[in-house]
Design a protein around this ligand. Structure first.
Ligand SMILES: [Zn+2]
Length: 377
């Protein structure tokens, strides 16, 4: 039985529910990223209050710090990070291959590289990625894939597709945590032939869900969306579809419209830590002196605790004085903004009004920008 159920569709877009060992995830779902087993600046209770139903954690980073044995000994990742809801762990493939300068050798068996923490040699294989994620006890584990840069030569993408399939088959055969789902990842960049081949090979192996990997890694946005548009429908309709690494408001709607159910991005917390708010007026840089006496909330009408209680002037003061609370409030607000946008998309799909929802979002963001605010986000 599939862990995923589609409850409504609107064009290619779907609303659904992913059932995991630690609860259900209504989709489309934005997954806040907790790279090092924390959504930076946010208490897990607050993530829940903001509307987060699933969080992402990172095999690569947890492997080195604090180490998998430590987390396992302390009762697994849920207990360790104080989050009892669904967790998706990525396999470390993206980190290993995007930290290209650390790779010592990549071969058919796996990848040898130097840790970004202390330069120590390490080797990741599909079996290791399976074992680490089993011991972490995440609800959704990801396959260890080969993710080349968007502008890599075709033969590099071709080899990535070949190895990604071979590694997916090996990881599929490895033991998992009880109830743990395993998602396969398709590569192939924006090359139609390679992408199609990767999708078909990975789907044929039989995973609980599928990800389109190797997109949003520097390629042209049009080409990326075009690829999602034709590749997403090749994935089985009854399994969840995950787009790895998108989190700007328009990007979210773009991929949801093309049939994606889950996505993740560090954007809201990263922007929060640099003093920037995602709002319906576009991105606001709170370091800017013009907010110094602005008594309005970060975003009019936002129900988050930061907007309910504090003014832009106060948050701006905190940010300029490098007070921790400023970064926390901005991170909270930004995560809430994207979760609300995504929940709005889900509701719109259920009403079969995603197109008008999208137009309303664009209008609202566009008029804020036209009113003299900063770049559309
Ligand atoms: Zn807010």
């Amino acid at each position: 039985m599939s862990a995923f159920r589609v409850s409504a569709t609107d064009g290619a877009a779907r609303a659904g529910v992913l059932a995991t060992a630690h609860g259900e995830v209504p989709t489309p779902a934005f997954m806040p990223v907790g790279t090092k087993a924390t959504i930076k600046g946010l208490h897990p209770e607050r993530v829940r209050e903001l509307g987060g139903s699933v969080v992402l954690a990172n095999t690569y980073h947890l492997f080195f710090r604090p180490g998998i044995a430590t987390i396992e000994e302390l009762g697994g990742l849920h207990r360790f990070m104080g989050w009892d809801g669904p967790i998706l762990t990525d396999s470390g493939g993206f980190q290993v291959f995007s930290l290209r300068h650390t790779i010592v050798r990549a071969d058919g068996e796996g990848v040898t590289f130097r840790s970004v923490y202390d330069g120590a040699m390490a080797r990741f294989t599909p079996e290791l990625a399976a074992d680490v994620q089993r011991r972490l006890g995440s609800d959704v584990a990801m396959c260890f894939d080969v993710c080349p840069a968007a502008d890599a030569p075709r033969e590099v993408h071709e080899l990535a597709v070949q190895r990604t399939t071979a590694w997916a088959a090996r990881q599929l055969a490895a033991p998992r945590a009880p109830g743990q789902l395993l998602f396969g990842i398709a590569q192939g960049g924006t090359d139609p032939g390679l992408r199609r081949r990767s999708v078909e090979e990975v789907v044929a192996l039989g995973f609980d869900g599928h990800a389109l990997g190797g997109l949003s890694v520097g390629e042209d946005r049009e080409a990326m969306l075009d690829t999602v548009e034709w590749a997403a429908p090749l994935l089985p309709a009854g399994r969840a579809r995950y787009f790895m690494g998108i989190g700007d408001p328009l990007g979210i709607l773009d991929v949801v419209e093309r049939g994606i159910d889950m996505f993740d991005c560090v954007l809201p917390t990263r922007l929060g830590r640099t003093g920037t708010a995602l709002t319906w007026e576009g991105r606001l840089n709170l370091k800017n002196a013009r907010f110094g006496r602005d008594g309005r909330p970060l975003d009019e009408g936002c129900p988050c605790a930061a907007c309910e209680r504090f003014s832009r002037a106060y948050v701006s003061h905190l940010v300029r004085q490098q007070e921790l609370l400023g970064l926390i409030l901005l991170s909270e607000h930004n995560v809430r903004f994207l979760l609300d946008l995504t929940a709005g998309a889900r509701a719109a799909i259920e009403r079969r009004e995603l197109g008008s929802y999208r137009r309303a979002v664009l209008d609202r963001l566009g008029s804020g920008v036209a009113a003299g605010q900063e770049a559309l986000g």
